[in-house]
Design a protein around this ligand. Structure first.
Ligand SMILES: [Zn+2]
Length: 311
């Protein structure tokens, strides 16, 4: 009995010490690096997830490579303890596509989303001969998925006090190609959100897209909710990443956050649209930086495990 009580006192002291260290670190009183050390997100593992996606080849909606990559993703999510809903749809009458929605936890819903398809054509390539080739999609596609998969592996969901829905959207990236449009997967998802018991009525939706550029510069995407952007950028600043997360106005974009905003939800797009290799054959792994993944992954992990503070 006595031993147990002593142990309990010591344990309580330790918890109190840890909590105050965390508190001061969080407010930025000289212990700025503490929360990063607490974050278990591994940027190296996120890079492994990028390489694995790239090993399938371009992930063009409806192709065998794309289907195999999707199957692998479901296995990986199941392996890490997540239930996965598969939402099939047809972006074109002859093309089969699938959204994947992994979910865990309880409480208000937070959706983290990324698109896993890659664009059919590299039509922004400076060399006209490359413009009918597929986009390799190391940054545009694989980087956002890698962040979500690594969060699936490391996030302490119970500590978030939320239901976490990881949405892997298909058919985002074929706009301005005959027969196609942008954001088909996320549009389909939002249209059917009411029937998806696990993820409906999200408190917040955060899309992660093109975050892996070694020369990272994440700006406020002006269609994104300003208050939620500030709340997440504040966490990035507390982690020492203020140099890479700017509240300056970036380019307004249609991305997977758009259907959520149009449906009246609070949503943002974490995106670095200053990437010079966007929709070119040069969107390859050598353009990425592991620290870029660290900054986005640790920010999201700490934000979520702090209970996802809002505006
Ligand atoms: Zn794209």
């Amino acid at each position: 009995m006595e031993t147990t009580r002593n142990y309990r006192v010591e344990f309580t002291l330790l918890v109190a010490l840890a909590a105050s260290a965390g508190f001061f670190g969080y407010l930025g009183y000289g212990l700025l690096d503490l929360p990063v050390e607490d974050a278990s997100f591994s940027a190296d593992q996120a890079m492994v997830y990028v390489e694995k996606q790239m090993s399938f080849g371009p992930r063009i909606t409806g192709t065998r490579e794309h289907r195999e990559m999707g199957d692998w993703m479901v296995e990986e999510l199941n392996h890490n303890g997540w239930d996965v809903l598969i939402q099939p749809f047809r972006p074109l009458p002859e093309v089969e596509a699938r959204n994947f929605i992994a979910f865990r936890g309880s409480g208000p819903v937070i959706i983290l989303g990324a698109h896993y398809d890659t664009r059919i054509y590299s039509d922004s390539d400076p060399d006209p001969d490359n413009r009918d080739k597929p986009v390799p999609g190391a940054n545009d596609g694989a980087s956002g998925v890698a962040v979500l998969l690594e969060l699936a592996r490391t996030l302490d969901v119970a500590n978030t006090n939320h239901t976490i829905c990881l949405a892997f959207f298909d058919a985002e990236d074929n706009g301005r190609i005959p027969g196609w449009d942008w954001i088909l997967g996320s549009s389909h998802f939002v249209e059917h959100l009411d029937s998806m018991e696990q993820c409906r009525s999200p408190r917040y939706t955060v899309i992660v897209d093109m975050i892996g550029d070694a020369d990272q510069q994440i700006l406020w995407e002006p269609n994104s909710d300003r208050g939620l952007t500030e709340a997440i950028w504040r966490v990035a600043g507390q982690l020492g990443y203020g140099e890479w997360f700017s509240l300056a106005r970036g380019t307004a974009l249609i991305d997977d956050h758009t259907p959520f905003i149009e449906a009246g939800f609070t949503a943002i797009d974490i995106i670095d649209f200053t990437y010079p290799y966007w929709h070119t054959v040069e969107d390859t792994v050598d353009k990425l930086g592991v620290e870029s993944f660290e900054r986005v992954g640790a920010t999201l992990e700490v934000w979520l495990e702090s209970g996802a503070p809002g505006p």
